[in-house]
Design a protein around this ligand. Sequence first.
Ligand SMILES: Nc1nc2c(ncn2[C@@H]2O[C@H](COP(=O)(O)OP(=O)(O)OP(=O)(O)O)[C@@H](O)[C@H]2O)c(=O)[nH]1
Ligand SMILES: [Mg+2]
Length: 302
Amino acid sequence: MSNWLRKLGLGLQKSSNKLSSGISGIFNNHKLSADTLDELEELLISADMGVKASAAIIKKFASRKFAADVNAAEIRRVLAQEIENILKPSESQVILGKHKPEVILFVGVNGAGKTTTIGKLAARFADRQISLIAADTFRAAAVEQLKIWGERNHCPVCSGLHGCDAAALCFEGLNEAVSRGDDLVMIDTAGRLQNKTDLMNELKKIIRVIRKVIPDAPHHTWLCLDAGTGQNALDQVKTFYDAVGINGLIINKLDGSAKGGILVAIAAETGLPVYFIGVGEGLEDLDVFKAHEFSLGLLGEN
Ligand SMILES: Nc1nc2c(ncn2[C@@H]2O[C@H](COP(=O)(O)OP(=O)(O)OP(=O)(O)O)[C@@H](O)[C@H]2O)c(=O)[nH]1
Ligand SMILES: [Mg+2]
């Protein structure tokens, strides 16, 4: 088994334990019936898969033929398959290299893993000439955090004085990137300002100013989510989508919470691509989201 699959399996353990023990509780000594399917639906909803995806899965179960003595292992196997079907449309490969520099803007509430993800991706995309922009200018620690990732990955970090204008900093950083001939620029942004409206206005301003340097940028606007926030992640998707038109998701902190099912709800309800998932703080704890391995991990079958 690859290192990543092992990490993913371990990371999802709380989620998979919850599902597996729930399924065993429902189906040991009980046949598949309208009642047990109701219980299964409740289990899926309680595992953060959302009402829509849970209902769709139960409908599929109801229409399938099962042996009279179907056991928990068979239910898990079929469930993994149905979950994979829902997740599959959100599996999407990032295509970089169409623009130079290509600009990725990272957004998300505080603690969702923006800065860490940029650091991990800088290592992953190391074959390109990369620079970073520390546009989270309100927290001194945020700039320092990005600088450390920049040093580790040998890429320049554009930063300004504490509290400086984030959009102006992006203008400067992008101009530097253009003149250096960088391939890829990743922009870190604040997760919290005085309030949500201020944050969204700042992000909109950043985008307007980015376009003064590169008219078709940002080429990617990725929302980072903390899987541990559960259903609230869906509200965040909507808020950021409406305000800044996100076109990709990164789901972090899948380790340590029993809310891995949130990916199923996100896939069923947003239709946005999920490019990467994070299962820890280290460089190697982020990888491409793949529906098959994720659904197996969620059922503890990896
Ligand atoms: N366990 C775990 N921790 C993570 C993961 N991703 C990030 N973290 C940790 O979560 C904390 C917050 O991550 P940041 O990258 O600082 O989050 P952010 O979105 O930049 O937050 P703000 O700068 O406050 O807006 C850090 O301590 C990270 O090391 C993950 O996948 N799993
Ligand atoms: Mg940050």
